[in-house]
Design a protein around this ligand. Structure first.
Ligand code: ATP
Length: 209
């Protein structure tokens, strides 16, 4: 593969962002030698109910969380595109603005487990490579439709600009935004689970109460 700029794509609802999003993203940057990792909050996620917190506020929390990490960038492309946030459309738009970059879409094993149901997943693999990161309690699928996609596209190391899948056993953090929303609702502490700046923002704006 000709060495091109490698851009990681970390999409999600980030409702709210937590260390389970951040630490694995950093490990992906280092393991795959990415030039940058874009955090792309979904405007209107298509595979789940709409978040209660606005896209604008979810972006502000991401910005606070990543501000001291030079490889991390907030990208509001899905807000700019508006409507339902389909990953294939996001990747197409990114490819237009970054024609010389190789895109590496990052997702946890939980998200990849349903990848065969994503809108135009073949289109996604025609635009990007995928790094599947291990998430506690969610094994890498090796059977069924999604297992076949994994096995057919898996490589030990990325060598092409798109169409390849690698997996990465990052530090396992058994955290989810769902658990954090529940702690916040109950008034339980969220220290050491998310950046302090994000927790402060949540309290100041009285979110998730
Ligand atoms: P929720 O609990 O609301 O479903 P979440 O914490 O799973 O949210 P999302 O923003 O929906 O987070 O997920 C975005 C991406 O981050 C997905 O690819 C998901 O697999 C990954 N991810 C989230 N939490 C972790 C974690 N603790 N470890 C590894 N990956 C994670």
């Amino acid at each position: 593969m000709q060495i091109k700029r490698l851009i990681g794509i970390n999409g999600g609802t980030f409702d709210p962002i937590h260390f389970g999003h951040l630490r694995p993203a950093l490990e992906v940057v280092h393991a795959l030698h990415l030039d940058e990792m874009r955090f792309i909050p979904a405007y209107q996620p298509v595979h789940r109910a709409s978040p209660t917190v606005s896209a604008q506020q979810r972006c502000e929390m991401v910005q606070l969380a990543i501000q001291n990490q030079p490889h991390f960038k907030l990208d509001t492309i899905e807000l700019d595109l508006g409507g339902a946030s389909y990953t294939v459309n996001t990747l197409e738009a990114l490819k237009q603005s970054e024609p010389d970059a190789t895109l590496v879409l990052m997702m946890g094993t939980d998200a990849f487990a349903k990848f065969n149901q994503w809108h135009d997943w073949q289109g996604i693999l025609n635009l990007a490579n995928i790094v599947v990161i291990h998430r506690p309690g969610e094994p890498v699928p090796r059977e069924g439709e999604v297992g076949k996609i994994f096995v057919d596209h898996w490589v030990p190391t990325l060598t092409e600009e798109f169409g390849q899948i690698v997996d990465l056993p990052v530090t396992q953090l058994d955290l989810s935004a769902t658990a954090l929303r529940s702690y916040l609702k109950n008034g339980d502490p969220v220290d050491y689970l998310m950046p302090e700046s994000v927790a402060r923002y949540i309290y100041e704006h009285q979110l998730y109460q």
